[in-house]
Write a protein that binds this ligand. Structure first.
Ligand SMILES: Cc1cc2nc3c(=O)[nH]c(=O)nc-3n(C[C@H](O)[C@H](O)[C@H](O)COP(=O)(O)OP(=O)(O)OC[C@H]3O[C@@H](n4cnc5c(N)ncnc54)[C@H](O)[C@@H]3O)c2cc1C
Length: 484
């Protein structure tokens, strides 16, 4: 087994999409000195598609006099399950994001009205679909000038956390060199994107496997709204199918795709830090709770970039609870796990495929308490097959870790979905087809307990002037239409 590699740095950013790239640049600028090093780590080879490079490039925004309208639209689209203060913060910060993109030389198309019935809400695009790579290239060039070090083909497998709950760094497997690479750092920024590849049908690129959710869960951080996922559907077809009623489930399962994870790592909206793990931050799709049960089109990239600027800007601060006692033991443990992985021989591809089919049928767009429970049983039956996954190629190693992460994620999504007995926004429980404002205006949160996941919920307080009615959802998402 090749020697492990240890790299010391101040800040490690996991992910090289919009959130990761911008966080790395902002962190380098905040520290503004080459002594404080920033590393940006990604599991994929350079220029491989991620959600940012697949995006249409739409960014929704409002002039300050229409900011309240934008906030209202985002909040209503999320079925009032979003975090109102965080939504207000996002609406305020989008102009800074657009200024930043312009300064980086990104060309923005002429703004256009976002949609009918949204006075003053405007949508900008950075030159449409597949132009995301050139945006990332511009951010990367500037980050390189600032001394950011980039590590491709390095896949994070475990966050290293001290006994008093403070980050020590992150363990990765170098997919090319087939060896453990450990980044020791007091600040880790998760920017690993969403997890829509949990599902057999998705528009997300390969590798969008929710690794950050599994990493955060393993580290003891709280996850929020994991049951809330956007599914894309042709809404007229859905309407026709629901009107006919029969064979509805099978027909719907033959259409549509998973698009966006609304839930994710719980963060303190004022600084994007995990309240449970000091020094662990999250930005972009991996962070959760902001939008609630649906997302207004063009608000994800805004959130990625605004969040990244916010997080990176704090790179000069430190958690004063730092206690690195025992860090060497933790590193040994993480390396042993990676070495086991590198010795694995079982092909991960069929296991990955099986998890994704279970998820689509059981905890996807059309679910019931029975389908969720069955999915949990099927996932439990797969557990023994996770032990020896691996193989000779770098894809085999990546897929082996992804299969383990998707298995964890599927179980967490299932547990959260069992808890939410209603239909709201993008979230549909066929056996509970109505929204339940009396008992379900709450956040469902999950943490790792002593003997497995612990599910809890937190009520949401709404201001007096907001009275939730029948929730609706935004354009481009699965429009829930009550049967009959
Ligand atoms: C088809 C499509 C169109 C869209 N259009 C729009 C739009 O027009 N407007 C809008 O606002 N939103 C849009 N979205 C949503 C938006 O693109 C995403 O939410 C956003 O790009 C996510 O960015 P991110 O930086 O969080 O993650 P990503 O861009 O997905 O990047 C994740 C990064 O993390 C890395 N990574 C993951 N796991 C690991 C690991 N274990 N170790 C190391 N690295 C890891 C990956 O390699 C990658 O570099 C669209 C999404 C899709 C799929």
């Amino acid at each position: 087994m090749p020697e492990r590699q240890i790299i010391d740095s101040d800040v490690v950013v996991l992910g090289a999409g919009a959130a990761g790239m911008m966080a790395a640049l902002a962190a380098a600028e905040a520290t503004d000195s080459r002594e404080r090093s920033v590393c940006c780590v990604s599991k994929m080879p350079p220029a491989t598609p991620n959600c940012t490079t697949r995006a249409y490039g739409d960014i929704t925004w409002a002039l300050s006099e229409h900011e309240d309208e934008l906030v209202r639209q985002i909040h209503e689209t999320g079925g009032w399950l979003g975090e109102l203060d965080a939504i207000r913060g996002l609406a305020r910060r989008v102009p800074t994001v657009l200024d930043r993109l312009r300064l980086l030389g990104v060309e923005l198309d002429e703004p256009r009205p976002a949609a009918e019935g949204m006075p003053g809400v405007i949508r900008w695009s950075y030159r449409g679909r597949d132009s995301g790579q050139s945006v990332l290239d511009r951010i990367r060039d500037r980050a390189l000038e600032r001394g950011v070090r980039f590590f491709c083909d390095h896949m994070a497998t475990q966050l290293l956390v001290s006994r008093n709950g403070v980050i020590d760094g992150v363990a990765t497997v170098s997919l090319k060199a087939r060896r453990p690479t450990i980044f020791r750092a007091g600040m880790v920024i998760l920017a690993t994107g969403g997890g829509a590849c949990l599902y057999a049908r998705t528009d997300n690129p390969d590798g969008t496997t929710g690794d950050g959710f599994a990493l955060a869960y393993g580290a003891g951080a709280e996850l929020v709204d994991l049951e809330l996922i956007s599914f894309g559907y042709p809404s007229q077809r859905v309407r026709d199918i629901l009107e006919r009623g029969e064979e509805m489930r099978e027909e719907l399962l033959g259409l549509g795709h998973a698009h966006y994870f609304l839930g994710g790592v719980a963060i303190d909206p004022s600084n994007h830090q995990s309240p449970q793990v000091g020094g662990l931050y999250a930005a972009g799709e991996v962070s959760g709770g902001l939008f609630g049960a649906g997302r207004l089109g063009g608000s994800a990239l805004a959130d990625c970039l605004a969040g990244a600027l916010e997080v990176g800007g704090q790179a000069d601060r430190r958690d004063d609870r730092t206690d690195h006692a025992g860090v060497d033991d933790r590193i040994d443990g993480a390396c042993a796990q990676i070495e086991r992985l590198l010795r694995g021989t079982a092909d991960p591809a069929p296991v990955l495929q099986r998890i994704r089919e279970i998820a689509w049928r059981g905890i996807g767009p059309v679910k019931t308490g029975t389908s969720i429970t069955r999915a949990l049983e099927e996932l439990d039956a797969l557990t023994p097959r996770l032990a020896d996954l691996g193989g000779a190629s770098r894809e085999d190693i990546r897929h082996a870790v992804e299969a383990q992460n998707l298995h964890t994620l599927a179980r967490l999504v299932a547990l959260a979905s069992l808890e939410r007995e209603e239909t709201r926004g993008n979230y549909w429980r066929v056996d509970h087809p109505e929204p339940d404002n009396a008992s379900q205006l709450r956040k469902i949160v999950i943490r790792r307990g002593k003997s497995g996941p612990e599910v809890a919920s937190r009520p949401l307080e709404l201001p007096d002037d907001i009275a939730p009615s029948q929730p609706r959802i935004g354009a481009g998402c699965f429009n829930y239409i009550a049967p009959g």
